[in-house]
Design a protein around this ligand. Structure first.
Ligand SMILES: *Cc1c(COP(=O)(O)O)cnc(C)c1O
Length: 355
């Protein structure tokens, strides 16, 4: 399928925001990608059009029953000026896995991948060039059928928007303080935790607001059934260095399969590290911390790449990790991943495509 393009004349394009004031998700590029789905007709009419409001009936199903999924990836302006996408094909595959879980019709993966590339190409002047900045790309699908009965909707919109974003770390790494919640859960096995579903985020807000009100940056989530097994940290996957072993919770059905998680496992294994995907209990992490064997802890995700954890607060006690300083491995992973993304390090894994 051809992607139709209705592009703005240069004179009608917005002026670019100041690269030192980008923040996250505040500015949107000149264009967006849209495609419609109707039962019986399938996905049709893929097009790039000027960025702007989408018309929705108040009865649109997504507003009532949360049939909505999304993805997040970035385009980077390399040190050579070329624009790079990182593992975009994996984001498209995950979008379809989320779609299946939420009874949303799958999209053609080749078309969705092309849509990302073509949108970035049309809006390439929006890919910022200051150190650490990038163009955040947000593909998402939502049900827009005006119908209040409870069943999968018969109409959907697939949209891709893009937003220039600031460097996550402006003044170097800052290890975060994490609150381990045994009151709230993010996802239960059999639920929607492994889908990138909008509703998962709504369900997580209260716990993170309570943690923030107590001076913590984010929440560490435990499993829903026993509140023992570590799952994720905020909206990131979590890693521990126990002695010299890199450990991350195995994908259990309630954990989101992060692409940065996978890249981390592959890089660390390639460096000869012992990497284990297995169940990790909070008691094990606390016990090893008390024995001085919890060397590092960090979250991984597209937004921050690597986010060092400086302390865990669990059952009224604080456990400091690595003196609240960024660990060696977290720094090495951050340098290597951003090096690949910005073209400073060779890409041995076929993760990069230039556009
Ligand atoms: C998106 C997301 C992640 C990180 O995934 P990446 O592909 O690495 O960006 C981790 N956990 C949750 C809950 C997420 O939604």
């Amino acid at each position: 399928m051809e992607i139709a393009k209705q592009c703005l004349p240069d004179s009608n394009r917005k002026s670019l925001p100041d690269e030192s004031q980008l923040g996250f998700g505040m500015h949107f590029t000149d264009h967006m990608f849209l495609m419609d789905y109707e039962h019986g007709k399938g996905w049709h009419d893929p097009r790039i059009v000027p960025y702007g409001p989408v018309m929705l009936e108040p009865a649109a199903a997504c507003l009532h029953y949360a049939q909505a999924i999304f993805e997040g990836l970035k385009a980077y302006r390399g040190i050579d000026g070329k624009i790079r996408l990182f593992r975009a094909g994996d984001n498209v595959k995950r979008l379809n896995r989320s779609a299946v879980r939420m009874c949303i019709p799958k999209v053609d993966e080749d078309l969705a991948h092309r849509a990302i590339c073509e949108l970035v190409t049309v809006d390439k002047r929006w890919v910022p060039s200051s150190n650490g900045t990038s163009l955040y790309i947000r593909p998402f699908i939502f049900a827009n059928e005006p119908f209040l009965g409870v069943r999968p909707a018969k109409k959907y919109i697939f949209c891709i928007i893009a937003s220039p974003v600031a460097a996550y770390y402006k003044e170097g790494f800052s290890p975060v303080k994490i609150y381990v919640t045994d009151k709230y859960v993010r996802a239960a096995r059999g639920g929607t935790g492994e889908a990138k579903a909008a509703a998962n985020y709504a369900a997580s807000l209260m716990a993170s607001e309570e943690a923030k009100a107590c001076g913590f940056t984010q929440v560490l989530w435990l499993d829903a059934a026993e509140r023992r097994y570590i799952e994720e940290v905020g909206t990131m996957n979590i890693f521990f260095v126990f002695d010299d072993i890199l450990v991350t919770p195995a994908l259990s059905g309630s954990i989101l399969a992060g692409i940065t998680r996978d890249s981390t496992i592959k890089l660390a294994s390639g460096w000869g590290m012992n990497v284990q995907e297995r169940q990790v209990t909070i008691d094990e992490a606390i016990e090893l911390s008390q024995q001085g064997r919890l060397k590092e802890c960090f979250g991984t995700g597209t937004a921050a790449v690597v986010s060092p954890v400086g302390s865990l607060h669990y059952k009224d006690k604080d456990y400091i990790i690595n003196g609240s300083k960024t660990g060696e491995l977290a720094r090495r992973l951050f340098d290597e991943l951003t090096g690949i993304q910005y073209g400073a390090c060779p890409d041995h894994h076929g993760w990069i495509e230039t556009i």
